[in-house]
Design a protein around this ligand. Structure first.
Ligand code: MG
Length: 251
């Protein structure tokens, strides 16, 4: 059974979103709500389950991204990666880097903001009023580059390092994805996506397999950069760099 990188329901996604930023809400001093533990929950009998307030969490995410802190944290990570790429570009043959696309090379924040930060995958995209289906948004090719990542990719190319994108977007979106990346200034050797009708237990199975294939072709993957743990899991690279994503989690 394939574990889809596209979560199933809005409710699930909202819960993931809320849990992912629970600490943020707590750090802001908001009062968490204590509710009785649900039957079967992994808490000792009588232990209250602390959950964040969803409205506050959505507002916190919005403020954090608008403030520029998200991009600043991305830049901090890409600076570390850049140092390593500079060093390794001169030291190995056929150097390459592997980048994820969504919330790494390109930002989907406008679509997610229209959904109050829920990751709604299907349906039409109404950016102004919401909801905005993510696939329709991706098909439009309007996503903006994540600036520190674009700068890193450009520097890598200057150093003679090949840039590969490995992405779990569906095959029918590959052409729009390539066009969007080029329009935003990315130059690359290849955008690698899953074959039609392919099934993978998780996103990381496909992504690690794609990197193994690059290594088998003689590329030295010196750095792998993505916003999800599943972008990085499974090896087949020298160093792995995790970008922040306060909104969703891909398994
Ligand atoms: Mg991503």
């Amino acid at each position: 059974m394939r574990r889809s990188p596209r979560p199933g329901t809005v409710a699930t996604l909202v819960l993931v979103l809320a849990l992912a930023v629970g600490c943020t809400q707590a750090a802001r001093g908001g009062a968490p709500t204590a509710v009785p533990a649900a039957p079967g929950a992994p808490a000792a009998p009588g232990t209250p389950l602390v959950v964040p307030n969803l409205w506050d969490t959505q507002a916190a995410i919005d403020a954090w991204i608008k403030s520029g802190r998200w991009e600043a944290e991305v830049a901090s990570v890409t600076a570390q990666a850049g140092g390593w790429i500079e060093e390794r570009a001169k030291a190995v043959s056929k150097p390459a880097i592997v980048l994820d696309v969504d919330e790494t090379a390109l930002s989907n924040w406008p679509a997610l903001r229209a959904n109050r930060w829920a990751r709604i995958v299907d349906g039409p995209c109404d950016l102004e009023h919401g909801p905005c289906g993510l696939r329709e948004w991706q098909k439009s090719g309007k996503a903006q580059a994540v600036r520190p990542v674009l700068a890193l990719a450009r520097r890598a190319r200057q150093l003679g390092v090949a840039v590969f994108f490995v992405v779990t977007r569906p095959p029918e979106l590959m052409e729009a994805t390539r066009r969007n990346l080029r329009d935003q200034g990315y130059e690359f050797t290849e955008v690698i996506g899953p074959p039609k009708d392919a099934k993978y237990p998780s996103s990381s199975d496909f992504k690690a397999g794609a990197r193994r294939k690059l290594l088998n072709e003689g590329w030295n993957v010196v750095a792998v950069i993505g916003d999800q743990e599943t972008d990085l899991a499974g090896g087949f690279g020298e160093r792995f760099y995790k970008l922040p994503n306060p909104v969703y989690r891909i398994r």
